[in-house]
Design a protein around this ligand. Structure first.
Ligand code: PHE
Length: 341
């Protein structure tokens, strides 16, 4: 029995050595020390021993069991350490692996042109003003000298919000002129970019929502010369030093005199092409000297002060700038289009 015990001990130590993880270790413990384990089985046979042998074998068996328990504990510690090391290795972050690409957006072509226009005007001493898109008809019409009954006030052109026609989606950025003049005293030099709304069907050159940049200058001694100089500077900065402009008489209720400004077609140089629809000129903006009635309505004395205003279509400016021939492209959010800017 003594040899049996010693053989078991050697076997147990070898099995321990081979146990690579916690589960295998537990297997070894059960196999040798468990209730039905091999050492337990030997101890159970001790009843058949002589009184002289019993304590000797008993002592040896206990010693083997104690050694085995110690060895299991030791092995357990080794395995735990190894498992921890393995886990740390597996969970380690490899900073050299390329990251997943994040799609980085960029400015919309209209934002690019707007930022350029803002830079140009800020460079000339203008500041940026804003006004509401849901506007009072008083500001978009009455105070701009557009009386009740005027065609632009009709329901087929304007998105009214209220039945009584007192509130609507602004159809131009000009009400910002009035808002600024009511709260600021001259000298005034502002531009006001923003969305405007008109009941137009969508096609290559129309959209029920588009963008304007309104400009307003009011001070002593402001003349049409200032208007022309300012707009020429804008056009040359936007479309090149050699760009030629043409000022044509026009009518707007809130300016007097009024004009429309065309630029010589930069695509054909004026001989007529697809871009200018054979005209040689491209219509760019409306402008004029602020009507004395409008100044007076805002509490500005038109005997002392004069001013000019203009409204330019940002969408149009963008189309021309990048030779885009369909306005719908600006609003469709097609990545194949937007990626090109
Ligand atoms: N508001 C005018 C339009 O929408 C443009 C304009 C602005 C004309 C300012 C003159 C002065 O057509």
């Amino acid at each position: 029995m003594k040899e049996q015990l010693e053989k078991l001990k050697i076997e147990a130590m070898a099995a321990l050595e081979a146990a690579a993880d916690r589960a295998a270790l537990e297997g070894v413990r059960v196999r040798f020390l468990g209730k039905k384990g091999e050492i337990t089985a030997i101890l159970k046979q001790m009843g058949g021993l002589s009184a002289k042998e019993r304590p000797v074998i008993g002592q040896l068996a206990n010693l083997v069991r104690a050694d085995l328990e110690d060895a299991i504990e030791e092995r357990d510690a080794v395995i735990e350490e190894k498992e921890l090391a393995d886990r740390l290795l597996n969970e380690a972050l490899d900073v050299t692996i390329p990251g997943t690409t994040v799609l980085i957006g960029h400015r919309h072509p209209m934002s690019i042109v707007l930022d350029e226009a803002k830079d140009i005007f800020i460079g000339m001493g203008f500041s940026i003003a804003e006004g509401p898109e849901v506007e009072l008809s008083v500001y978009d019409f009455d105070k701009l000298n557009i009386p009740v009954g005027h065609t632009v006030r009709e329901w087929q052109d304007t998105f009214y919000i209220t039945e009584d026609e007192s509130v609507h989606l602004r159809c131009q950025t000009s009400p910002v002129q009035v808002r600024v003049m009511e709260r600021t005293r001259p000298p005034i030099r502002i531009i006001s970019p923003g969305r405007v709304y008109r009941k137009d069907d969508v096609d290559a050159t129309h959209s029920p929502m588009f963008h304007q940049i309104e400009g307003l200058v009011v001070d002593k001694g402001i003349t049409m010369g200032n208007l022309k100089g300012t707009l020429n500077a804008l056009v040359k900065k936007l479309y090149g030093e050699n760009t030629t402009t043409r000022f044509r008489p026009h009518h707007f209720p809130f300016t007097e005199p009024s004009c429309e400004v065309d630029v010589r077609c930069f695509s054909c140089g004026g001989s007529g092409c697809r871009v200018c629809k054979g005209e040689g000129w491209i219509e760019l903006l409306g402008a004029g000297m602020v009507h004395p009635k409008v100044l007076a309505g805002c509490g500005i004395d038109s005997d002392i002060y004069s001013g000019f205003a203009f409204g330019v279509g940002l969408d149009r400016m963008t189309l021309l700038r990048y030779s885009i021939d369909d306005m719908r492209l600006l609003f469709e959010n097609d990545m194949r289009f937007l990626r090109q800017f």
